[in-house]
Every structure is written in structure tokens, then in C-alpha cells.
Design a protein. Structure first.
Length: 443
């Protein structure tokens, strides 16, 4: 056999040992990576980062507020619709041509002011005819009464039969009835003549004219002549959940006047102030609400019928309550809490129990006392024991000035520490370059 031909079943010793050596190297690398990961994870769990604990971390800028005492109202919020106390559609009570319109659209009118005039000539003629008929029938009645007196005298002397006397008595009664009917006709004609002059029945504002001058108007006209709406005073109808009915009814029964304020659609601008008048006699079964009516003077004309408003009803007032701004309230794992500013310029978490809220003020039932200072701005990244720098509320409108002031305060503190202690730790003595190089070596 040729010596240059190699047997494929015979493997060199170097080829059999090479794969096992590489497998050992790879296994060792995997084990080292796993051990390094475990050590890193253990250190991270053993020493979690804390706010303000890093070398380069400085105090956080906050705005505090002092907790005080004051009155806070118990208010109920509701949605309402402005409703006029009187809305009158002026219609003609007789038929005729419209001869005069004595108003301008949008005018303010008083009760009894002239609104329009209808052609009165037909009704003047009717009144004259009724008066003439009354005069004729009164003359007939007077003649019949004279005859009755004569017959009575003759009947007393037995000069005329009693049947004649009885007939004359009936005739006088008939004429008396006719005269009464004539008088009623005269009164009716006088009323119709007065209807030719249409006057306002209420005080209010005149709307848009529905009929032009010269038209023939009748009592059956659907739209009428014009609509007059009372605006002073005006009412608002709003609804509250039935659960609030007992509290409202109790206060009204005690004779209390419950103030109500009307706000615009956004709820930010107050439109008018008034008071609660009454509530409906039944609860709406479909919504579980009760309808209430509030009355407003509306002397500034900020409310108009069918306008949508937000109603804030003041049900009660808590006197001398501990109050604070709602901006300082935080919610998290401890529940409801605030960040209390300590005397050493640190903050601590203080759980609180809250009462009613009135606008941007909230009642504090427990956890704080008047005089405590709480953080109302800048509490996003605070922790228990974090260092803080107090800034005024005006600095929030000028962040550049606030940042310059904070930097100046930090530089001043660094100079004092560096100059006052010889041989101090260079990390605390203001050696910024040394700190950066040290951090870079550690990294």
C-alpha cells in the first residue's frame, strides 16, 4: 500500500485534544460572566440610590406654604339652566289691522307700557251702537214703570182688572232684563276698545318683532306680536343627587339662607350670586336626582334664559378649620401625605387626613397644625430627609433668576466650607477638577 495514502479512521492526537481545550475555555468565561452579574446585582440591591446622597447631588428648590386657620365652606356643585320667572308672548285679543308699533327690539319695558295699537274704528262703532240700544231700552223700561204705578193705583180702587196689573209687572221685569243685557254689551264693547291698545303685562326685555306694521292680526296667531322676558330677577334650575336632599332640606327647615353662585361653562368666572329658593316635590326616578331653583338678582345682566351655568351651592361653613392649599397634597404608598419642611432645610413625609375641599383650599383634619410649612411646588423628586432650598412663589415666573440665585447660594456655601477648614477632604473643599478626575478614574 502506498505510504502517502492516510487511513481516514486514524486521527492524530493533536486533533482529538483541541476541541476539549476550547470547550473548557468557553465554560470558564460563562461562569465568570454569571458571577460578575450576581455581584453587580447584589451591590445594587444592597445600596439603592437615594435622592441627595450622591456626591454631586445638590439640594432641591421648592416653594413652601404655611398652614393656617380659617373658615372653609361645604359646597355642592351642580349643572343648571337659566330660566326666566315670567315669559309672555304678546298676542292680540281682537282682530284688526296693526296700526302702530310702539317699541324697539331689545327695549326695556315696564308693566303698562304701550306695545302696539290696532285699528279701533270698528270697535268704537260697536260701542256707540251698544250705548244707543241701552238708551232705548232704558226709556222703554221707564215708560213701563210709569204705567205700572198707574195700574197699581187703579187696581187699589178696583178700576182695572188684576190681570192687567200682573201683565204690566211682567213687562217691567222684561224691560229690566233687556237693560241689563244692553249694559253688558256696552261693557264688552268698551273692553274690546281697550284691547286695541296692547300694553305690557310685566317688566322685562322685548325680543324680536314677529309681525310687521299693517298686518291683519287675530287672536289665533301662533307667534304673536313679540315676546317679553323678565330678566330681573331670574332663576336657575339645577339638579343634585338625591343623597344630598336631606342635608339641603334640613338647612332650609332651620331657616338658613343657602348662598348660590353661578359660574360660566368653564367654571372659572363667576357670573352672579343668589340664593336657593326651594326644591321640587319629587325625585326623578330615571336619574336619581332632585330639581332645585335658585334665584338671582341679575342686575348686571350676566344671565339669560336657557344659558348653561355651573352652580356652587354653599351648604355649610366650618369655622376656624386648619386649611392648606390643595397643591401640597400628595398621594402614594403612605396614602394622602405632604412634605413637611423641617428647620434644618430638609423635608419629611407627613401623612394627613383631609376634610372638605373649597376651591383651592382643603381642610386638614389631622397630621398638621397651624404654622407648619409644607411644600406646594417642587415635590416631584423629593424623598424623606432630602435637602431643599426655599424659593419664593414669584420665582416660578422667572426661572432664570431662580436658577442664578440657587447657583449663587451653592457657590457661597462651597466657599465657606473651603475657607473655614484647613486640610479638609478635597472632595468637600470645592476642588471641582479633582472630583471630576477622581470620578473618571473610578469609572
Amino acid at each position: 500500500m502506498d505510504q502517502h495514502v492516510k487511513n481516514p479512521l486514524i486521527v492524530a492526537p493533536e486533533q482529538t485534544r483541541r476541541p476539549s481545550r476550547w470547550r473548557g475555555v468557553l465554560t470558564g468565561c460563562v461562569v465568570l460572566a454569571v458571577l460578575a452579574g450576581i455581584v453587580w446585582w447584589t451591590r445594587q440591591q444592597a445600596a439603592p440610590p437615594q435622592a441627595g446622597a450622591g456626591r454631586n447631588a445638590g439640594p432641591m428648590s421648592i416653594v413652601p406654604e404655611t398652614v393656617g386657620k380659617g373658615d372653609i365652606g361645604v359646597s355642592l356643585n351642580a349643572l343648571g339652566t337659566v330660566t326666566s320667572l315670567a315669559t309672555v308672548t304678546i298676542r292680540s285679543q281682537i282682530s284688526g289691522y296693526l296700526m302702530k308699533i310702539d317699541f324697539k327690539e331689545g327695549d326695556e319695558v315696564k308693566k303698562g307700557d304701550l306695545i302696539a295699537e290696532i285699528d279701533s274704528r270698528p270697535y268704537e262703532a260697536t260701542l256707540a251702537q251698544a250705548k244707543g240700544q241701552l238708551a232705548r231700552d232704558e226709556a222703554q223700561l221707564k215708560g213701563a214703570q210709569v204705567d205700572l204705578t198707574r195700574y197699581q193705583n187703579l187696581a187699589a180702587q178696583n178700576a182695572v182688572p188684576h190681570q192687567t196689573l200682573d201683565t204690566q209687572v211682567a213687562l217691567v221685569a222684561q224691560y229690566q232684563g233687556t237693560v241689563e243685557a244692553d249694559r253688558a254689551s256696552v261693557k264688552s264693547a268698551e273692553v274690546n276698545l281697550q284691547y286695541c291698545h296692547i300694553v305690557s303685562p310685566i317688566n322685562g326685555r322685548v325680543g324680536l318683532r314677529q309681525v310687521d306694521l299693517g298686518n291683519y292680526v287675530t287672536p289665533g296667531d301662533t307667534n304673536g306680536l313679540v315676546v317679553i322676558t323678565q330678566l330681573e330677577p331670574i332663576s336657575v334650575l339645577f339638579t343634585l343627587p338625591e343623597d344630598n336632599l336631606q342635608a339641603v332640606a334640613k338647612r332650609l327647615k332651620e331657616g338658613a339662607v343657602l348662598p348660590a353662585a353661578a359660574y360660566d361653562r368653564s367654571g372659572a368666572n363667576k357670573l352672579a350670586e343668589g340664593s336657593l329658593q326651594t326644591f321640587d316635590s319629587q325625585i326623578d326616578a330615571t336619574t336619581g336626582t332632585i330639581k332645585l331653583r335658585g334665584q338671582f338678582e341679575n342686575d348686571k345682566r350676566t344671565l339669560y334664559p336657557n344659558q348653561f351655568v355651573n352652580i356652587r351651592l354653599l351648604l355649610d361653613t366650618h369655622k376656624d378649620a386648619t386649611t392648606m392649599s390643595t397643591a401640597g397634597i400628595q398621594r402614594g404608598v403612605p396614602g394622602t401625605f405632604v412634605y413637611l419642611v423641617n428647620a434644618d432645610s430638609t423635608v419629611s413625609v407627613r401623612p394627613v387626613k383631609l376634610g372638605v375641599t373649597d376651591g383651592d383650599r382643603v381642610e386638614v383634619l389631622s397630621g398638621l397644625t397651624p404654622g407648619d410649612r409644607v411644600v406646594i411646588d417642587g415635590a416631584d423628586k423629593l424623598r424623606e430627609g432630602a435637602k431643599v432650598v426655599v424659593r419664593s412663589a414669584g420665582d416660578t415666573t422667572n426661572p432664570a433668576a431662580a436658577a442664578k440665585g440657587a447657583a449663587a447660594n451653592g457657590a457661597a456655601k462651597g466657599d465657606v466650607k473651603g475657607d473655614g477648614k484647613d486640610g479638609a477632604d478635597p472632595d468637600k473643599a470645592g476642588g471641582g477638577n479633582h472630583k471630576r478626575s477622581e470620578d473618571g478614574q473610578k469609572k
